[in-house]
Design a protein around this ligand. Structure first.
Ligand code: EPU
Length: 428
């Protein structure tokens, strides 16, 4: 087990290259199950979730070849192997195995997904969609059993705007008979990315990126080559740390439209931001203004940036309020920020940040992926050394993080956790 150490307080400068989007990758890999011939996915992020999903595809009889940021998936010999336990529990996105396996084999058994603990994360809308397409869905001993004689297109209205449900229903519907309409669909760029891959495989999908998606089922899907869009959350994380500590930072390989809600808030705080082609230039400021932020579905401010943005707000002189309307318990980073001297109160779904004082390095624990990102930002901002445990959460979503930070001039390194410290973590 490792921990990440950061000596804070050093100004950052230079250029950082953004990887392919994690939340696209974790849907695109299962989507390949639907094809009858090899699918090649380029621009993959170097993260543990990608490895876990490739291993899951091998468990169901697929062959995968991962070479740097390219994954070739051979789906020809895949079968409906039940996956009630094991790797599926490691990440939330294993729920996409449900839609893809149901679509292809008309049956699947998938253990209820793991992933970040952000409070209740039901999958009722996914199930509502599968049932509308004609599947019988039961929950037995913590695994979801799905079975259909045939899948027939249907009209599905999502009661909650859900990224996962929108993608999962698309996966199940592309090989169903007839027409499926998903109403009140999520509009995140990752949904368009998945629809683009499925279309290249021969699917007939219209309206991805709007709140009504129309799918006409086809008989079969073939292999193709697809390059993943840049990760807007990784880009946003680097924009936030650039705002906090950057003399002048270029975020390269970013679609500026995808981070518009963040750019607007940073500008409101007094950060200088310029956009040109696929690059964003940011100069940080020591005179940040406080702002109020509410997370919303895309194109609103993303919940996934709420946690790192909270760290930044501790630097702004005065009071800021950050409200998470998507998850009601995504505040586990706040206790850790308090250990570093932050003055933050949580009331219901809101965090009240009284900013202006410099954070102090401390021993902290990342409880989930974006909490980890928040602590990395805080560690870079703080005086002295911050030690972050729970690094495995960060590795699920940020590939090559240390190298990227080091290239900007950050003092960051890893150490093995041993002895008493390891015992304490294992017993906690
Ligand atoms: N919801 C339901 N029922 C459902 C599905 C969702 O009530 O059937 C609720 C959730 O509890 C939540 C809201 O709807 O309150 C939105 O959830 P959504 O389904 O959109 O989230 P998700 O698909 O499980 C993806 C990302 C998350 C990101 C959210 C919101 C992936 C693998 N995960 O999760 O990313 O926070 O959308 O944008 O795409 C992360 O990257 O750190 C992360 C957690």
């Amino acid at each position: 087990m490792e921990k990440l150490l950061i000596e804070g307080g050093h100004p950052l400068e230079g250029k950082v290259q953004i990887s392919g989007a994690k939340n696209s990758a974790v849907a695109l890999i299962p989507a390949a199950i639907l094809a009858d011939s090899p699918v090649t996915i380029d621009n993959l992020p170097n993260i543990s979730d990608v490895e876990t999903l490739a291993e899951l595809l091998e468990e169901i009889g697929g062959k995968t070849e991962l070479d740097r940021d390219t994954l070739v998936i051979h789906p020809e010999n895949m079968f409906a192997m039940p996956l009630p336990n094991g790797r599926v529990k490691k990440l939330r996105a294993s729920y996409y195995m449900m839609g893809a396996m149901l679509g292809k084999f008309k049956k699947a058994v998938i253990g209820l997904p793991g992933g970040c603990n952000l409070g209740p994360r039901p999958i009722d809308q996914h199930i509502k969609g599968f049932e509308a397409l004609g599947a019988k869905v039961t929950n037995e001993h913590g695994a979801i059993y799905l079975q259909a004689d045939e899948l027939i297109g249907s009209r599905i209205y999502l009661d909650v705007v859900s990224v996962g449900a929108t993608i999962n229903i698309m996966l199940a519907a592309v090989l169903a008979k007839g027409k499926t309409t998903i109403e009140n669909a999520a509009k995140e760029p990752e949904i368009i990315d998945v629809a683009t891959l499925l279309s290249s495989m021969g699917a007939n999908i219209k309206g991805a990126g709007t709140n009504v998606i129309r799918i006409n089922g086809v008989e079969s899907l073939h292999g193709c080559r697809h390059s993943i869009i840049p990760d807007r959350i990784e880009a946003g994380t680097f924009m936030i740390l650039a705002a906090a500590m950057g003399k002048s930072i270029t975020v390269d390989n970013v679609i500026s439209d995808h981070v518009e809600s963040l750019s607007a808030k940073l500008r409101e705080m007094g950060v200088m931001i310029e956009e040109k082609d696929d690059q964003i230039f940011i100069s940080g400021s020591n005179n940040l203004k406080p702002v109020d932020v509410k997370t919303l579905v895309y194109p609103g401010f993303p919940t996934d940036l709420q946690q790192p943005f909270t760290s930044l707000l501790t630097k702004a002189e005065g009071s800021s309020i950050i409200t998470d309307t998507i998850y009601n318990a995504r505040f586990k980073h706040i206790d850790e920020l308090r250990r570093m001297g932050a003055n933050i109160k949580v009331e219901g779904r809101s965090a009240l940040i009284n900013g202006g004082s410099t954070l102090q390095g401390a021993k902290v624990r990342a409880s989930d992926l974006r909490a980890g990102a928040a602590l990395v930002v805080a560690g870079l901002m703080g005086n002295g050394v911050t030690e972050i445990t729970g690094v495995e959460h960060i590795d699920r979503g940020y590939g090559g993080l240390e190298e990227k930070l080091k290239s900007l001039g950050a003092k960051v390194w890893r150490e093995n956790i041993t002895g008493k410290e390891l015992e304490e973590i294992q017993n906690s």
